[in-house]
Write a protein that binds this ligand. Structure first.
Ligand code: 13P
Length: 253
């Protein structure tokens, strides 16, 4: 069986100016320097990218952006392209977060272009998927996940699939303190892995699938011990270097 190195990624969302980010990384680096067999990432606002890449260079912390345009360049005012990120030595980019889908009209059609554009620029995509509370209550969770995975990854060749990180983030668990139960997280993530397996068993064995939604230091050990959960995408608890490093430690006990 393929062994998958867990990934603990902090999604800062629209928090931290550059000087706040600098303070944070100086506090984080010594706290995660001894954690082995775990990848650590922070997904930061565009304005923090260069400073975070410079400060994290040579450490185990990878720096991700939170959005990208699908075209390498063009007349797209206010947008950032994948080559722009890779020239900065950014490691990857979070795509399709539910906040972008719900608040900024991000569509599966756009994501079907963004995921391959990210991979072509040598960046790692973290593709977020997940159902609303209404969809879960009406038994539509699997249909939603099947549609999102099917559409968003349609432009990725089977040989490339293993390079995509998927984050299962049930929308009702984001920022609510209502974490999914271990059974719910395992079931949804095993379902996503089966969808990948239908395209490529090899990719399914290697691709990392994370859980996100109210992950905290106290619930992380149980979630991270689940067989199909390969790490976490952490929102609120990633904003403090102490709580974030405790989640990293839970992935590498
Ligand atoms: P919280 O951890 O604050 O629930 O946010 C989860 C999330 O949206 C990570 O991308």
């Amino acid at each position: 069986m393929a062994t998958r190195t867990p990934l603990i990624a902090g999604n800062w969302k629209m928090y931290k100016t550059e000087s706040e980010a600098e303070q944070y990384i100086q506090a984080l680096l010594p706290r995660v320097s001894t954690a082995t067999d775990v990848d650590v990432a922070i997904c930061v606002p565009f304005t923090d990218l260069r400073a975070m890449v410079d400060s994290a260079r040579g450490s185990r912390v990878e720096v991700y952006a939170q959005n990208v345009h699908s075209e390498p360049q063009g007349a797209y005012t206010g947008e950032i392209s994948a080559p722009m990120l890779s020239e900065l030595d950014v490691h990857g980019v979070v795509l399709g977060h539910s906040e972008r889908r719900e608040l900024f009209g991000e569509t599966d059609k756009a994501l079907a272009l963004k995921v391959p554009a990210t991979l072509s620029a040598g960046l790692v995509p973290i593709l977020c998927v997940g159902e609303t509370e209404v969809e879960r209550d009406s038994g539509d969770t699997e249909r939603k996940l099947r549609n999102q995975i099917g559409e968003d990854l349609a432009g990725v060749a089977d040989e490339q699939l293993a390079h995509v990180v998927i984050a299962y983030e049930p929308i009702w668990a984001i920022g609510t303190g209502r974490v999914a139960s271990p059974e719910q997280a395992q079931e949804a993530i095993a379902f996503i892995r089966a969808l990948i397996e239908a395209r490529s068993p090899e990719a399914a064995a290697r691709a990392r699938i994370l859980y996100g939604g109210s992950v905290k230091p106290d619930n992380a050990p149980e979630l991270l011990a689940l067989p199909d959960v390969d790490g976490a995408l952490v929102g609120g608890a990633s904003l403090d270097p102490d709580s974030f490093s405790r989640i990293v430690a839970a992935a590498a006990p």
